[in-house]
Design a protein around this ligand. Sequence first.
Ligand code: NAD
Length: 493
Amino acid sequence: MTADLSRIWIGGRFVAGAAGTRPVVNPATGAPFADAPEGSVDQALEALAAARAAQPAWGAKAPLERAAVMHRIAGLIRAHADPLARLVVQEQGKPIAEARGEVAGAAEFFTYFAEFARRIEGEILPSDAPGEQIWIQRVPLGVVAAIIPWNYPAALVSRKVAPALIAGNTIVLKPHEETPLSALYMARLMAEAGVPDGVVNIVTGAGPTVGAALAGHPDVDLVTMTGSVPTGRRIAEAAAPNLVPVSLELGGKAPLIVMEDADLDLAVASAVTSRFMNCGQVCICNERMLLHEAIHDAFLERFLAATRALRLGDPMAETTDLGPKLSLAELEKVERMVAAAVAAGAEPILQGGRPEAPPIPGGFWLTPTVLARVTPAMGIMQDEIFGPVVPVMKVSGFDEALQIANESRYGLSAYLFTRDMTRIMRAVQDVRFGELYINRIGPEALQGYHTGYRNSGPGGDDGRHGLETYLRKKTVYVNWSGRSPVALMPWGG
Ligand code: NAD
């Protein structure tokens, strides 16, 4: 398919962006390579109206019928995996091998949630009265407004759209303004798969216009957003007057704890991958390392060697490990964080930065930095870096590691490498993060529940618990006795 990516998708029609166009920049070259349509506030409202109009019929379909459409979407994503992965690389900059994984995931979300067609169940409860049944049903919410970030421009479309669809909802999704093309490509695939008009709508455009219009609209039944903490807060505020549920998947500051009894090869390889995949731009990335003093030096020696061996290069090349940052603004943010850490006393034991001989001139290249002599209170240990930089601290024991790990306003993911069952169980009990990985790193599983504590945001996606976000419950009292059961009720609330 040579997809026309110049149009947004509203009510089944592909239309020009009413707010004009926006250049999409290739992070590897720093040069624009396409003009994306820029949606307007009116188009966001039009999309919500289309979603509202389409919902009753979509919600009334047998779940198997909805699932059939979803299986077709999954099939089309797989059939177009190569061009879609290349588009992800072009607009976002991750290495092609990672982009292929992302696209495979984008398809798998549809397959996985389609399998819930026969599993969205209710309950029958015993009544207090004879001749009566009480049913609790799971029903669609209605219209979902979804807002996504730039780091997984294809997979995050599916992570929101697939559960919304199987639940019987309709959806308006806004991709990030800097990575709108993967979503527009997927819109073409969804249209081809036979998604009825208005059931899915993709409106590109700016956060403060299109995004804010979606988040604050009174005729929305769920606002689900993945992105940064400040934007999450704005979205929660915009939605608050409407008293609608808001699900926020925000940033992370994952601690990676390595104890003296860990399998060091496994721990080092995991720490490197978890820090540098997608150029460090993953919410569950290894953001700070806490190393037991007994293995600190041996771990670091191997970690630095493995980090130095990473191949920075054209993200389209199969051999590349580390691609560019998304944008100059993102790159400069990371540089400022490193400079502030060094000014506060951190010591770069691997000094990265902008390479003198970049793989491609003009791209947003940044080589890895590893910082020692950090303290838990420093910004570099508290704020999300989202880049190829990692601070490392020596700890004298497990309790100290746990304490530092938990002292974070983020609470998304945490990593522990140890063979000691008592420590594992202590971590299970005492690590206050929504996701705990023991002797492994991400990615999170489809059947898990991707959820954060504290500022990582209320809400969650994936698995049957994530699906619950997209459903609501209805309690039905069925009296077939011919008598009034009310007399038996102790109260009339
Ligand atoms: P961001 O918050 O800048 O943008 C996210 C989305 O919000 C974009 O589509 C943007 O246009 C929109 N937006 C901006 N202002 C808005 C407003 N006023 N109203 C409505 N929408 C608005 O985030 P980002 O820079 O794209 O993404 C990086 C962040 O996302 C990181 O913090 C990362 O950890 C987080 N993230 C979290 C998860 C997770 O599952 N927890 C996954 C991926 C990324």
